[in-house]
Design a binder for this molecule. Structure first.
Ligand code: EPU
Length: 417
């Protein structure tokens, strides 16, 4: 088990370089299965979810070469074998092998995916979409078997703009016969990045990034190349950190359009923020105004930034209301924040924060990835020592966090216990 120890309340200055987006990379890596040959993915973040997906590729007899942030994935000797429960349970994104293997091999055997405990996380829309394309889906306990003689393009209507279902159904339909239209598709920035990778392999996809994606099936895909877009959630987390304890903290490699929902909130709250073409410079101010936030699908306020943002609300002067609309269990970090001195009351998927509170260090537990990131921000803001247990959750999605934060003046150490 890993533990993080933070000596808080230091002013952070300098620059933090944002890596490739986790939620793009975790789909791009499995997508490589659809290509024949050696595909290249640049700017892959160094996170444990990357390593878990590489292990699955190796189970499938693919060769993976890691050269810093470049992954070369050779699928020439792909062997379609069962993905065991230990590996599929390690992360949510293992389910992208369903769409990719179904698309390429018309047969998949794997176990239910894992991931953060932030809600029930059903995959009914993925399964219904696979069925609509002509697949038969059999469940045996925790195992799924998906098979098809052939897949045939069709119209698929998603009842909710699910990121995972949109991506998985793109994977399953790029090699299907004829035209597939995904209606009410998710519009997250990552979807376009993933479609661009498939297009580099020869796929015919139009409309990615809008709520209607049209895919004309092709008979095969050749090797592809893509650069992962900057991680808007990592960027958002560190921008919030700048508002908490920064002095001209520069967050570099940012696409400002991808984080507008956050930056416009920060402007409303009275932050000292400068938004440039590729970076954001932010400093702490003493008179932050409270605000109300409701998480929404892209381009609304991202659910994944909600937990880090909850720390900033503890520093605003007055009452802020927060409403989560995507995941029913995204308040797991609140008891820890309250233990550190915050005044947050939770009722179902909403919370009320009365600020400002002076946070103090204590021992807390990371319950999930973004909740864990929120505790890091709280620890860096608090006086005294904060000890965060179960840091593995955080390392799933924030690359080199200890190095990045130490470089800007944070006193932070991760140790094995
Ligand atoms: N949903 C269903 N049925 C489905 C699929 C989704 O009911 O078949 C529901 C979910 O339960 C949830 C909502 O639809 O209430 C949204 O789910 P979505 O499918 O969009 O989420 P996801 O693909 O599982 C990705 C990110 C999440 C991020 C969400 C929303 C990855 C690996 N995960 O999850 O990221 O919160 O989109 O933007 O891309 C994180 O990074 O911390 C994280 C949890």
């Amino acid at each position: 088990m890993k533990q993080m120890i933070i000596e808080g309340n230091n002013t952070l200055t300098g620059s933090i370089l944002i890596g490739g987006a986790k939620n793009s990379a975790v789909a791009l890596i499995p997508a490589s299965i659809l290509a024949s040959g050696k595909s290249k993915i640049f700017k892959v973040p160094n996170i444990s979810d990357r390593d878990a997906l590489i292990e699955i590729l190796e189970i499938l007899n693919c060769k993976v070469l890691i050269e810093e942030d470049l992954l070369t994935i050779d699928t020439s000797n792909l062997k379609n074998t069962v993905i065991d429960e230990k590996h599929s349970k390690k992360l949510r994104a293992s389910y992208y092998f369903m769409g990719a293997l179904l698309g390429k091999e018309k047969y998949v055997e794997m176990y239910i995916p894992g991931g953060c405990n932030i809600g029930a996380r059903p995959i009914d829309m993925h399964i219904d979409g696979f069925k609509a394309l002509g697949a038969e889906v059999i469940t045996e306990g925790n195992k799924y078997i998906l098979k098809a003689e052939k897949l045939k393009g069709t119209d698929i209507y998603l009842r909710f703009q699910s990121v995972g279902a949109t991506i998985n159904l793109m994977f399953a339909s790029v090699l299907a016969e004829g035209k597939t239209v995904i209606h009410n598709a998710a519009k997250e920035a990552e979807i376009e990045n993933i479609a661009d990778y498939l297009i580099s392999m020869g796929a015919d996809i139009k409309g990615a990034g809008t709520d209607e994606i049209t895919i004309n099936g092709v008979s095969s895909l050749h090797e592809g190349t893509i650069t992962v877009i900057p991680d808007r959630i990592e960027a958002g987390t560190y921008i919030i950190l700048g508002a908490l304890v920064g002095k001209n903290l520069c967050i570099e490699n940012v696409i400002p359009k991808h984080i507008e929902a956050l930056t416009s909130k920060l402007i409303d709250m009275g932050s000292d923020i400068i938004i440039n073409k590729n970076n954001v410079i932010i400093s702490k101010v003493d008179n932050l105004k409270p605000t109300n936030i409701k998480t929404l699908v892209y381009p609304g306020f991202p659910t994944d930034i909600g937990q880090p943002m909850s720390v900033l609300l503890t520093q605003a002067r007055g009452t802020s209301l927060f409403e989560e609309t995507i995941w029913e269990n995204r308040m797991g970090h609140v008891p820890s924040l309250n233990k550190m001195g915050a005044n947050i009351t939770v009722k179902g998927m909403t919370s009320m924060t009365i600020g400002p509170s002076s946070l103090h260090g204590t021992e807390v537990v990371a319950t999930d990835l973004r909740g864990g990131a929120a505790l890091v921000l709280a620890g860096l803001t608090a006086t005294g020592t904060t000890i965060i247990n179960d840091v593995e959750h955080i390392l799933r999605g924030y690359e080199n966090i200890e190095e990045k934060l130490t470089k800007v003046g944070a006193k932070i150490k991760i140790k094995e216990i």
